[in-house]
Design a protein around this ligand. Sequence first.
Ligand code: DGL
Length: 274
Amino acid sequence: MNRFIGLIDSGMGGLTVLNQIMGFLPEENTVYFGDMGRAPYGSRSRQVLKRYSEQIVRYLIDNYDLKLMVTACNTISAICLDHLQETFDLPIMGIIDPVPEKAISASTNGRIGVIGTRRTIESSVYQKKILSIDPSVRVYPQECPLFIHLVEEGWTKEPAARLIVGEYLANLKHSKIDTLILGCTHYPILKDMIKEYLGSDVLIIDPAVECITTIKAFLAEKGILNKGNYPERIYQVTDNPELFRSSGERYLDRKIHNVNLVDIGLLESKTAVC
Ligand code: DGL
């Protein structure tokens, strides 16, 4: 039976992970959950993030036959992954683990920048993992809380967006990083602007790209890769399905059907207190 891979994010950012699945695991059925009604997640407290992500995973488990859940969001991966793995009897994978190794081997000057939401940067998850592998590397973290709004509004080329990108990344440019981790799944959508500001010498690492190898290896090892399947694509959002559909089509560069609205009240009524 062709079971589903579930993907969760606060909004449209996790589409960058879905895009990789569509490209490299095209026969997999997917159900994508964007919590548009409660986004952004990046500045929310740990407790709230755990509650929201638990509600969503529970909802998806109740409604779909899942073989794997991917937290297609750095904030959820950084703050809630352990909690979700302890709570649910389902393989749940984050998107952070494969990244530090890749960034270290990509950097030639040992200066690595990490950008992400306030909560991800504050958690120091990337810094800790990088330094545990190679303590000689210098890590330059930068939170960029306004980036998610640019992406959710579809501002990927506007001059005002360019200004905000420059404002957030000025210190990293000054620090002469040669590698930058996009530690939020929304940020690859701003990649062109980021590259333009930092220059072509800075290598950009996208966790959405890096995690695909891990997902594929997991499915292969368990013998649960889909074969010869015409994939089902389902999208669930907690608000603004039309905005999700129109911006999502632009970001994925393909048509999106099956965008369903999920009642936040229903999610909240089903959750255990955590
Ligand atoms: N896309 C998410 C991440 O990777 C969350 C962004 C947000 O909602 O602030 O962290």
